[in-house]
Design a protein around this ligand. Structure first.
Ligand SMILES: [Fe+2]
Ligand SMILES: [Fe+2]
Length: 390
């Protein structure tokens, strides 16, 4: 009798953990083949957060192509409505009446056995193979309860999950070796799982000059390091990275337009731009940046918008996020090195207020020395910090 493994799952995306588990179970139980069945609309997951069934099916086909014992069935995807395991197994029983069926699941899925629709009927049609995954010890109780119909198979300790892969991609981290290269190439080419940060990065790469884009990424790096150094938690770090990425989003926008055009853009978005910038509109790019981050990128968080608005001149009562963005913009690594920058960098990793005061004084003096007017916010920021800094 032909022994067939059925590997169900969302496969969002499929990765080396799935493939290793399937092959190890196949070898251990002497299965003739393993059929991967990507879910259509999974009943226990939020469909809105998964890649489309088409993408998941293509990734499964790519990942299994070089193993002659693997194949992909689209029966769940092709079926209308919610996918239930019972329907899938019943269809296999009808299609392959001469086969012995083994339905392969991870131990985390086995934890939800009781929620499976018509679980007892499923057990009558096939054996269930539970693979043990890292952090999920064997539940011998289930096997004892359901007898020989549930088989536990320990598999290699590969600590990869689809959730972890999706989160990593959203943060722009490296995931290439978690899955076959063809799958990671496909994810990249289709822009799957990229999340808001990566999405904004792609827009900025087109919107900004190459130099300004590199500067923005370097401010992101610096802001992250400063945030970690000064004890910022996950939520604050997320705000910091977003503000750093978008802080110069209006730089090229302001360079390419007249003051009248920029002022009109701000007016339409409900912001009155100060006429101080009439002779040097590019200097307004921090304020226009906050307006643009809201209008074009849909950023609503006032802490992020304030940090963008304050990154050129500072302002009174700056938050830690405001200070870090202001400082990171001044000290980041792509800027030409000089004494002021290295001193500011040294201060920044010890004391944010000392670094703020130093950079503000330095910038105000330099501006005045050039015979240019100093914007009021810089003076106010400096006075405010000096008053509060013991
Ligand atoms: Fe800037
Ligand atoms: Fe900048």
């Amino acid at each position: 009798m032909r022994k067939i493994g059925i590997m169900g799952g969302t496969f969002d995306p499929i990765h080396n953990g799935h493939l290793t588990a399937a092959e190890e179970v196949r070898q251990r139980l002497g299965l003739h083949e393993v059929i991967f069945v990507p879910a259509g609309t999974p009943p226990l997951k939020d469909a809105a957060k998964t890649a489309s069934a088409r993408h998941r099916r293509i990734m499964c086909e790519m990942a299994t192509r070089d193993n002659p014992n693997f194949s992909v069935s689209t029966m769940e995807i092709d079926r209308e409505g919610t996918s239930y395991t019972i329907d899938t197994i019943a269809q296999f029983v009808r299609d392959r009446p001469d086969a012995e069926l083994f339905f392969i699941v991870g131990a985390d899925a086995a934890d939800n056995f009781q929620k499976w629709y018509k679980f007892q009927s499923i057990l009558k049609m096939c054996k269930i193979v539970v693979t043990t995954r890292p952090g999920n010890p064997l539940d011998e109780g289930l096997a004892a309860k359901y007898g020989q119909r549930i088989i536990y198979v320990p598999i290699s300790d590969i600590d990869i999950s689809s959730t972890q892969i999706r989160d990593s991609i959203a943060r722009g981290k490296f995931v290439r070796y978690f899955m076959p290269c063809c799958v990671s190439d496909y994810i990249h080419s289709q822009g799957l799982y990229i999340g808001q940060f990566e999405h904004f990065k792609r827009i900025l790469q087109i919107d900004l000059s190459a130099e300004r884009f590199a500067h923005s990424l370097s401010v992101v790096d610096e802001a992250e390091k400063l945030g970690l150094r000064h004890g910022q938690g996950e939520a604050a770090l997320e705000k910091l990275l977003l503000a750093a990425l978008l802080h110069d989003c209006a730089k090229n926008f302001c360079d390419e337009r007249s003051f009248a055009q920029i002022k009109e853009f701000c007016r339409c978005e409900g912001f009155a731009l100060d006429d101080f910038f009439a002779d040097a509109p590019w200097l307004a790019h921090s304020f226009v940046g906050a307006v643009r981050a809201k209008a074009k990128f849909g950023v609503k968080d006032p802490e992020v918008l304030d940090a963008i608005a304050g990154h050129t001149f500072g302002k009174p009562n700056m938050t830690i996020i405001d200070k870090i963005i202001y400082i990171a913009d001044f000290i980041e690594a792509t800027r030409a090195p000089n004494d002021a920058r290295s001193h500011a960098r040294k201060l920044a990793y010890e004391d944010l207020d000392a670094a703020m005061i130093y950079i503000l004084r330095h910038t105000i003096e330099k501006t005045a020395a050039r015979g240019l007017p100093v914007y009021k916010d810089s003076e106010l920021a400096l006075r405010n910090l000096e008053e509060n800094y013991g």
